[in-house]
Ligand binder design. Sequence first.
Ligand code: PMP
Length: 376
Amino acid sequence: MKKYRLMSPGPTPVPEKVLLKMADTIIHHRTPQFQVVLKEVSEKLKKVFCTANPVFIFASSGTGAMEVSVVNLLSKGDKALVVRGGKFGERFGEICQAYGVEVVAYDIESGKAADPAMIKKLLKDNKGIKVVYSTLCETSTGVVNDIKGIAKEVAATDAVLVVDAVSGLSADELKTDEWGVDVVVSGSQKGLMLPPGLSFLSLSKKAEKLVETSNIPKYYFSLKAAIKAYAKNDTPWTPAVSLVIGLNGALDMMLQEGVDNIVARHARLAKATRAAVKALGLELFAVNPSNAVTAVKVPQGVDGGAIVKKMRDEQSITIAGGQSELKGKIFRVAHLGYMDEYDIIASIAALEMVLSQLGYKVELGKGVAKLEELLK
Ligand code: PMP
């Protein structure tokens, strides 16, 4: 028997306390009992999203909330500027195109971050852009974007900024209202320490204006329906009751730690992880690395797929490989959500053993020693 460790950038481990809450008797959603939960969750979510605006919950994975942000803010033929620095930026573009929205693409070299000055230029050169889409943490490359800088440029125009914080929320700093971010989308299976199944979207007043005019067909994912129901402390459809109850517990844990402290914990673990992989002679992939996940270049002569497979099958530690064109070229170790020093130490120790078995010259213990030095 080996203890299972989930070091992927989603799903992430769920605390036992939260699991137990979700195992409780199911209650009906149109009841005063559930209304109490919904009210509490709504208030707590605002704190974690760093906003005074409402945060809506959907029964979907994170992509659902991304779709909500397209079908409710835009109309057919509208223009959207999409920051495409990897798989998830590309996804925003694909959703826009699926609904007949014209995409002005800002393509960034894989592993690099968006430049706010380029956003400014693209907004100036392409008149009429209604929405700008960017990821906070581009999970596929491990890059964190300068959302503060981007928000400054977007806020100076009529455009609305939508940030995909599916993996970045609570790991990387995101001062939604303070920075002027209009919409933040996220998912449950990452920093929020829940199983997959919920997605979230916060909505500013500026963005709400677009909701009123959007003509893209939608039904289940209607923000108008959500706004109307939430005004009565209700949801338009049957919510994922158990997940929302679990969320209430997870948010309690998060607020007890404090949002800034959670970001600081992620920053500390991420910094130590980066130093440890460098101590093993490995190279980082992201120029501007996120606190959520560390993307590492597969060393020459080593089978990248085998690293992930051996970690999972022999060490019982799930890390992630590269996606699409990065398959086999990088591997990603997350330090996201319910994580502490010992999760990182175990993962780096296992990585040293796996790399050594795969023929990579590594001095066993060197990465772990670096972690101990930094995390003591
Ligand atoms: N955006 C980002 C940045 C993500 O990391 C993910 C999930 N890895 C998604 C969007 C999509 O979320 P989901 O898989 O929950 O639909």
